[in-house]
Design a protein around this ligand. Structure first.
Ligand SMILES: Nc1ncnc2c1ncn2[C@@H]1O[C@H](COP(=O)(O)OP(=O)(O)OP(=O)(O)O)[C@@H](O)[C@H]1O
Ligand SMILES: [Mg+2]
Length: 473
């Protein structure tokens, strides 16, 4: 259907795509795999008419085409199923369709053909992310799309919703629709890809058809070399650093006591929405508990400001990086933003910023690059760099810190965790990936219904942790 021939695209200081050749066929799931900053979203933007390439050709059905706007892309049958979902929460599905110029009748017919039951009367705000995603898909199809692009669609979905999405993709492909699935998760490429194109620093680093690629070949193509998971550092439990008592947050966190000692890493596991986020926000000084106390290093911080937490050595990585960066400021300014006293020696800051950039492999022309110019993953690295490195935390509180990070950077972050721990610091963090939690943590606490329902040491079979996450036991 669509062929890119030596397509290139540069931004100031970076070649985002460097002579990329790729063909998208109908009835196929084509995975674009690559680490942060590899050029995946840029490729999507070119297919969808947001950027024009500065070199190369695009052929649609064998004829050269210029995709100069999303409208032009749609006319050629190309649609982007956006992560932000171009839907207005306050309106019903039906109202949203009218706004988007989609005929509800065509929509309903398309949904029927896919065997989906989608009510048009419900308020969009009451739907799950998965349901919103299905609406976006049906919307695109009823406008005649035959190539659907998904840019990291699974980053925001719960595991069950991911399965649903992949099932949907297989149904679409059996109807001849072409799918472009952008991801940095190797497992997803292996699970659903009929074809996989690996991008590395803007270039095609490998192209495979299903069955040809193994996890190892894909890792090699993505990184050029293999990365080892860091070993668990051995430290003995130190003194009590953080002590939380009777923490309540509205109805979401319901009475949690927690002690964290120096030199340990505590993982918080749980099915999304069981109070993990709220608990960690309280521990990180980002949210005040409705009840309960927090003491750090012997100082009562209950109800104190975020800067007081920072002063006591508490760092915090929130769930949504957008809340943690100032996009118009530079990388260096974003690093220093939470420090005090606010006296800045620019030479030192620049050096410290370069150091953080190299340790986390932040891809940007310089420390003076505005953070808003970075790719999503690189923006996350800036937040991680500030909270885990620059601030030299005594306690690092982090909500799913590897979200949106590729495998290699996740491993780098976990080495930083080990270094913090060896230096006598402590970490309490959550992740949606239980394997990851288990491989990094000295103990895992499972939360369900706003309470801690179990504590597990290293080597606990993951099935037991998963069972505790699931329900009654
Ligand atoms: N609008 C822009 N202005 C300047 N540089 C940009 C812009 N968009 C992307 N870049 C740069 O181009 C490179 C590729 O970015 P892109 O967003 O395509 O990566 P990606 O593979 O989608 O990464 P991620 O996994 O982090 O989303 C990065 O170095 C990024 O900083
Ligand atoms: Mg991207």
């Amino acid at each position: 259907m669509i062929e890119l021939r030596c397509v290139s695209k540069s931004f100031p200081g970076v070649k985002a795509l460097d002579c990329v050749d790729v063909k998208f066929h109908e009835g196929e799931i084509h995975v674009i795999l690559g680490e942060n900053g590899a050029g995946k979203s840029t490729l999507a933007s070119i297919l969808y008419g947001i950027y024009l390439p500065d070199g190369g050709k695009i052929l649609v059905d064998g004829r050269e085409a210029s995709i100069s706007s999303p409208k032009a892309a749609l006319r050629l049958g190309i649609a982007l199923v956006s992560q932000q979902y171009a839907l207005i929460d306050e309106l019903t599905v039906w109202e949203n369709l009218l706004l988007a110029g989609v005929s509800p009748r065509a929509f309903a017919a398309e949904a029927e053909r896919l065997g989906l039951r989608l009510s048009l009367d419900g308020r969009v705000g009451d739907l799950s992310l998965g349901e919103k995603q299905r609406i976006e898909i049906v919307k695109a199809l009823s406008r005649g799309a035959r190539l659907l692009i998904f840019d990291e669609p699974t980053a925001v979905l719960a595991p069950r919703e991911i399965e649903g999405l992949f099932h949907m993709m297989r149904t679409l492909k059996s109807r001849g629709v072409g799918i472009v699935l952008i991801t940095h998760r190797i497992g997803e490429a292996l699970a659903v890809g009929d074809r996989v194109t690996v991008l590395r620093r803007g270039r095609v680093a490998g192209q495979y058809v299903a069955g040809e690629a193994t996890a190892e070949t894909l890792v090699r193509a993505m990184f050029g070399k293999l990365v080892e998971a860091p070993g668990r550092a051995r430290t003995s439990k130190g003194e009590l650093v953080l002590s939380a008592r009777g923490i309540h947050v509205d109805g979401v966190v319901r009475g949690i006591d927690l002690d964290i000692y120096s030199g340990e890493i505590v993982g918080i596991a749980g099915v999304v929405g069981n109070g993990q986020r709220e608990l960690l926000e309280v521990l990180g000084g980002y949210r005040r508990p409705t009840r309960g106390t927090i003491v750090v290093g012997g100082v009562d911080l209950t109800g104190k400001s975020t800067s007081k937490f920072v002063e006591m050595g508490v760092s915090f990585i929130p769930e949504d990086r957008e809340l943690a960066v100032a996009k118009s400021l530079t990388i260096a300014e974003n690093l220093v933003m939470r420090s005090r006293p606010p006296i800045i020696r620019w030479g030192n800051l620049r050096r410290a910023t370069m150091e953080v950039m190299s340790r986390l492999d932040i891809e940007a022309p310089s420390p003076e690059t505005p953070v808003g110019r970075l790719s999503g993953g690189n923006m996350q690295k800036v937040v991680v760099g500030r909270e885990a490195l620059y601030l030299r935390p005594r306690v690092l509180v982090a909500i799913y810190p590897t979200r949106g990070l590729d495998y290699e950077t996740s491993m780098r972050l976990y080495s930083i965790f080990q270094a913090i721990k060896e230096g006598g610091g402590s970490i309490v963090f959550s992740s949606e990936d239980v394997n990851e939690l288990a491989s990094v943590s000295d103990r895992i606490l499972v939360m369900r219904g706003g309470k801690v329902v179990g504590e597990y040491g290293p080597g606990t079979p993951l099935e037991r942790v998963a069972a505790a996450m699931a329900d009654a036991n």
